[in-house]
Design a protein around this ligand. Structure first.
Ligand code: GDP
Ligand code: MG
Length: 594
């Protein structure tokens, strides 16, 4: 049986999951029972937010019009910058990709990044112009853009719609004709790339692999290249979708392995599986253990929920090697956890899952990056926690992570976007014109895009700008810690690290926002921002109870009810700071756009 391994890559929302569903449907791989939208997006959250977090492969049987039979392994990739490393590992499991472009949007930032990931992996690219059913579609224009920007001939493009199914038969034929069959020697020593893993309560970690060389079957003794740990294969199989037990996996196959691995950190994406008796010396290159780069404190609003939160975090971590947490205590918030994430979206997803799947009410502190600090005594240490930031007089040098940021946008918005990047301490590397659009490449401190950057970018470009980034290293920065005091008591969890030049405006913004969201008390409550004990901004919560209904003129009952509900919900997330109740919003004041 002939095999083709392929993936679908695209900018987010260009229709990857929808097209994958049409392909499954066309090949009869979706039973009526589980025929619902976006079969490959398995988590409830993924379906709701329309993003793909975990790559879920599926094995399809395809009979060509001429009668030849093929097995097509489709590997769905996450489309977001936070998960780029996982995208490139998934791609390494394939020989070719469908590169989708929305016919009404054209090429976007992640179209380019994903296309280059595929080119760098040596894959064959089938360009697909998708959503041609849309009234605003310009398929020829989008195909031409792909040629201009990525260098893929416009005439190779297939015009398709994941909505109507048009183009799907042509896509299947192109997969067979244009993508080569997988190479590999079934008799060579085993070499299998791990491109994903999930945790199962009964089997332990189930590893998703692409067998590059050799074979894998039950009872085989295997070793992980990165850490030398040994395991015995219990079961192997394929995806149909869902796990189907098989007899063996051979060079070229995509499948899964259960080998009694208990800890997901032992089987990380990008690592190589090999035989215990015939170890290899040339693993799949570029393995890097998942490293969190964005950190934030998570605290239960109800102190009783601490244990429940810890159990939930432990469960989530079983399935996500990129996520980390450790206990942390805050004077203001009590017992909680310092959590590490791959990026802001990853952080949001974890927090949302905790609240939704585990029914927890959480307060999240402002996200931070890892700073590298050289003390006056020569000692160097790294911290992502404002609470551990030393006072200025003890510090010689502070360094912060920088990213290379690429932004794609229509040329008429270039001015304001460049101004925004300037405000965020960015420096321009290049600017490329691609027809009517511009690609801006900047180097920017990573911390500067954690605060409302994406929202600002979208709003000043009327939604047309898209972005992507990679971390490029550490550079010196004049950074200070801004402390926040409420009612003359320090609220440790509100401290933020920020560049000197931005400390005053940010301090102002935080105290104003806090004064606005803290409910009025029987006495006036001062809110202050300080650097090293020196006040840089101050505001006062006035001494009356805020009447939320005062804003409603006339008798719009439903609106009043909404406001009251909103206030009630806000109340549930209050945190007692000394004698003052501070709502969750206050902890996010630093992130607010206004
Ligand atoms: P993904 O983020 O690339 O996986 O994109 P999705 O498949 O989730 O699609 C994003 C949005 O575009 C959804 O609202 C889909 O309903 C819509 N969409 C996807 N494909 C098509 C298409 O071919 N035509 C039209 N009109 N809409 C589509
Ligand atoms: Mg999707």
């Amino acid at each position: 049986m002939q095999v083709r391994n392929f993936s679908i890559i695209a900018h987010v929302d260009h229709g990857k999951s929808t097209l994958a569903d049409r392909i499954l449907e066309h090949l009869g791989a979706m039973g009526e029972r589980d025929k619902r939208d976006q079969t490959l997006d398995t988590l409830e959250l993924e379906r709701e937010r329309g993003i793909t977090i975990k790559s879920t492969p599926v094995r399809l049987n395809y009979t060509r019009p001429n009668g030849e039979k093929y097995v097509l392994n489709l590997i769905d990739t996450p489309g977001h910058v936070d998960f780029n490393y996982e995208v490139s590992r998934s791609l390494a499991a394939c020989e070719g990709v469908l590169l989708l472009v929305d016919a009404s949007q054209g090429v976007e930032a992640q179209t380019i990044v994903n296309a280059y990931l595929a080119i760098d992996s040596g894959l064959d690219i089938i360009p697909v112009v998708n959503k041609i059913d849309l009234p605003a579609a310009d398929p020829e224009g989008a195909a031409q853009e792909l040629e201009d920007v990525v260098g893929i001939p416009a005439e190779d493009a297939i015009f398709a719609s994941g909505k109507t199914g048009v183009g799907v038969p042509e896509i299947l034929e192109a997969i067979v004709e244009r993508i080569p069959s997988p190479p590999g020697d079934p008799d060579a020593p085993l070499k299998a790339l791990i491109f994903d893993s999930v945790f199962d309560a009964y089997q332990g970690v189930i590893v998703f692999v692409r067998v590059l060389e050799g074979q894998l079957k039950p009872k085989d003794k295997i070793t992980l290249f990165s850490n030398g740990k040994h395991f015995e294969v219990d079961k192997v199989g394929t995806f149909s979708p869902g796990l189907v037990v098989g007899e063996s996996l051979t060079a070229g196959d995509v499948g899964w392995v259960a080998a009694g691995i208990k800890d997901i950190h032992d089987a990380q994406v990008g690592d190589t599986l090999m035989e215990r008796e015939r170890p290899i010396t040339d693993p799949f290159p570029g393995f890097k253990p998942a490293q969190p780069v964005v950190f934030s404190g998570l605290y239960p609003t109800d102190t009783e929920a601490y244990r429940k939160l810890r159990e939930a975090l432990e469960k989530l971590k079983l399935n996500d090697a990129a996520f980390s947490f450790e206990p942390e205590t805050s004077e203001a918030l009590g017992f909680g956890f310092r959590c590490g994430f791959l990026g802001l979206l990853h952080a949001e997803i974890i927090q949302e899952r905790l609240e939704r799947e585990y029914d927890l009410d959480l307060i999240a502190t402002a996200p931070a990056v890892i700073y590298r600090i050289t003390l006056s005594n020569g000692e160097i240490f790294e911290t992502q926690n404002p609470a551990e930031f030393p006072t200025r007089d003890r510090v010689d040098l502070i360094e912060e992570p920088y990213i290379k940021l690429s932004v794609m946008l229509p040329e008429e918005h270039v001015g304001p976007v460049m101004q925004l990047l300037q405000e965020r301490r960015g420096s321009m590397v290049t600017m490329n014109y691609l027809g009517k659009r511009v690609e801006l490449i900047y180097e920017v401190p990573f911390a500067e895009i954690l605060y409302d950057f994406h929202d600002r970018l979208k709003s000043i470009s009327r939604g047309y700008a898209s972005m992507d980034y990679e971390i490029i290293g550490y550079r010196e920065g004049e950074l200070v810690k801004v402390d926040i005091y409420v009612n003359n008591e320090i609220v440790d969890a509100l401290a933020v690290i920020v560049h000197e030049d931005r400390a005053y405006p940010l301090g102002r913004k935080i105290v104003d926002k806090m004064a606005e969201v803290i409910p009025r008390q029987m006495w006036p409550v001062p809110v202050q921002a300080m650097i090293g004990g020196k006040i840089i901004a101050r505001a006062t919560v006035k001494a009356f109870r805020k009447d939320v209904l005062a804003k409603c003129y006339g008798g719009d009952i439903s609106r009043k009810k909404k406001l009251l509900d909103k206030q009630k919900k806000g109340k549930a997330r209050m945190k007692q700071i000394g004698t003052v109740e501070v709502p969750q919003e206050a902890f996010l004041a630093v992130l607010s756009t206004e």
